[in-house]
Design a protein around this ligand. Structure first.
Ligand code: HEM
Length: 523
């Protein structure tokens, strides 16, 4: 068939679907099952619903505007998908935690299967398989078991510091190398090299998947799946081409590191790692092919849970942190003063110093609040019809938590756009009870399983970078800082694009040898 014939066929098909869709929606509206009204929301247009009003690159900003007009529980429709948007911590807790039985599902997003990632814990519907995979991850990454990774995380942070000293201009890659190596070590006992092929594949898969995952991107395809019959060479069908590439790579992402872990196991490795530990403990009779597959899928999930974008979440958070430091020298001065008193200059901070380094924790909380990495968390779905505060929440609705709006709530965080770690400190310098991680890592049974592990990964990097370096914008010939406008990656995650940054050692005469001495004095 020629491309002209294809085009005509597709347009005719599209027109038929539109007509059928309008009829179906009329019917649905006539038989609304609930006497309660839907939550308030912006007026929809035919077919597209509220899609036209959404900034697809930064939907959290649109949803925050809507919440100012319609309240903290908003109803919208993206094509044929019912969307409930939560913009308050209280409602998020009431629904996702107190009624978790109804809100722990994930929406059926057409791009999951298309991209071949429906198998993994992050996108999986609530049920037995999810429970088993989540158990593997939880057993490994909950606070008391993830503490066995601390020596490995510290070793990796030391390598990061060496890289930053050696090639400060490549700090972006070094952060990625750090975050990817801590996760592959913890899951597979796999230590990637710089530019590692496997890590690159996983990073690319994550990038392709998550560019297509947001409900705002997937909605038109979900409403008109016939579009997927259009060939991938057709203009505008890159999503299909990306899906083909992704399906090919997914096999490598799941199988290659798992084979490596099996090899490490037969070599007799005693290093703690999720896959090796699970295989070491399981009875032969329980290790069915199904069990093995779930272990493999959960292991691959740990990486995509941490890497919903080209950067990993931990390294993306560190990029936001570095940007905040560069923009706020006064904050660095305060934290440097505390580090110098608590730790001195002959060693670097360790987790034992954490209770005294309250300003570092305040910076970490403010980083997660100021520019939340996952501004809309991950979507949940309502299993059954529900009524909340007199409003009807339809079965199957996609439930979006607007973390951005909660973290920028002016009544809780005055001047929310300012970067001000002091908001998390009491007058006596101790930390307040507002642990913002309760917002940044999601809510309910689908809360981030890597929360405690990420906490150590991020804190260790932040505290040691601050101890060793003064971060600033590069200066021009006249010694003036060169101005720049931060640019942000947007999508399911949001973090700054690489920007010029100078890493000036705070300790005179710092070189690789001196750094090694300081590290040795700290272990
Ligand atoms: C700064 C670092 C991180 C942030 C801000 C973060 C944030 C989040 C958020 C907001 C969710 C969605 C929660 C919900 O649906 O309500 C999530 C889910 C998830 N995260 Fe993280 N995460 C981080 C690091 C990690 C790491 C290091 C891992 C791996 C060990 C990980 C594994 C996962 C998994 C597997 C899920 C899906 C859980 C499920 O659906 O049951 N995350 N994360």
């Amino acid at each position: 068939m020629s491309s002209v014939q294809w085009t005509i066929l597709c347009l005719v098909a599209l027109a038929s679907v539109v007509v059928i869709d309008v009829g179906r929606r009329r019917l649905k509206r006539q038989k609304s099952p609930s006497p309660y009204p839907l939550p308030p929301g912006p007026p929809p247009l035919p077919i597209v619903g509220n899609m036209h009003g959404v900034d697809v690159k930064a939907p959290w900003l649109t949803y925050s505007e809507w919440s100012k007009v319609y309240g903290d529980l908003v109803y919208a429709r993206l094509f044929d998908k019912d969307i409930i948007i939560i913009s308050s911590g209280k409602i998020a807790k009431d629904l996702l935690e107190d009624r978790s039985i109804n809100y722990s599902d994930r929406p059926n997003i057409i791009t999951n299967e298309l991209f071949g990632v429906g198998f993994n814990t992050v996108y999986m519907p609530y049920g037995e398989r999810w429970r088993l995979q989540r158990r593997f991850l939880h057993q490994n990454f909950k606070a008391n078991s993830s503490s066995r990774f601390v020596p490995m995380q510290q070793r990796k942070v030391h390598q990061l510091l060496h890289r930053l000293l050696e090639s400060p201009e490549r700090y972006f890659e070094s952060l990625f190398q750090y975050a990817s190596s801590v996760i592959t070590n913890a899951v597979y006992d796999y230590d990637p090299v710089s530019g590692d092929r496997m890590v690159n594949i996983i990073g690319r898969v994550s990038e392709l998947v998550t560019s297509a995952l947001p409900p705002e991107v997937a909605a038109p395809l979900g409403a008109f799946p016939i579009i997927l019959n259009i060939p991938s060479w057709f203009p505008g069908m890159t999503i299909k081409k990306n899906a083909e590439i992704c399906r090919e790579w997914t096999n490598d992402w799941v199988e290659v590191p798992f084979k490596h872990a099996l090899q490490r196991m037969s070599d007799g490795s005693a290093t703690p790692a999720m896959v090796l530990d699970a295989l070491g403990k399981v009875d032969e009779k329980d290790a069915s092919p199904g069990w093995m597959k779930d272990l493999k899928d959960a292991a691959a999930t740990a990486f995509i849970g941490e890497a919903p974008c080209l950067l990993l979440r931990s390294s993306a958070t560190l990029m936001t942190f570095i940007l905040a430091m560069v923009l706020h020298p006064e904050v660095q001065e305060k934290v440097h003063a505390q580090i110098d008193v608590v730790v001195g200059k002959d060693r670097i901070p360790t987790l034992d110093d954490r209770p005294s380094l309250t300003y570092v924790d305040a910076i970490m909380r403010e980083t997660l609040r100021w520019h939340p990495l996952a501004p809309l968390s991950l979507p949940h779905a309502a299993v059954n019809d529900d009524v909340y505060n007199g409003f009807y929440i339809p079965k199957g609705a996609t439930v979006i938590t607007n973390i951005w709006a909660i973290a920028h709530d002016e009544s809780r965080y005055p001047k929310p756009s300012d970067f001000n770690p002091g908001r998390f400190l009491n007058p006596d310098g101790t930390l307040t009870s507002d642990d913002v991680t309760n917002i940044a890592f999601g809510y309910g049974r689908r809360i981030c399983v890597g929360k405690d592990f990420a906490d150590v990964t991020i804190w260790s990097a932040m505290s040691t970078i601050l101890a060793l370096f003064k971060l600033s914008l590069p200066k021009d010939e006249d010694g003036k800082e060169m101005p720049f406008e931060p640019k942000w990656v947007t999508g399911i995650t949001s973090y700054p694009l690489p920007f010029p940054c100078s890493f000036e050692p705070r300790i005179p005469g710092m070189d690789a040898k001196k750094l090694e001495e300081i590290i040795n004095a700290s272990t």
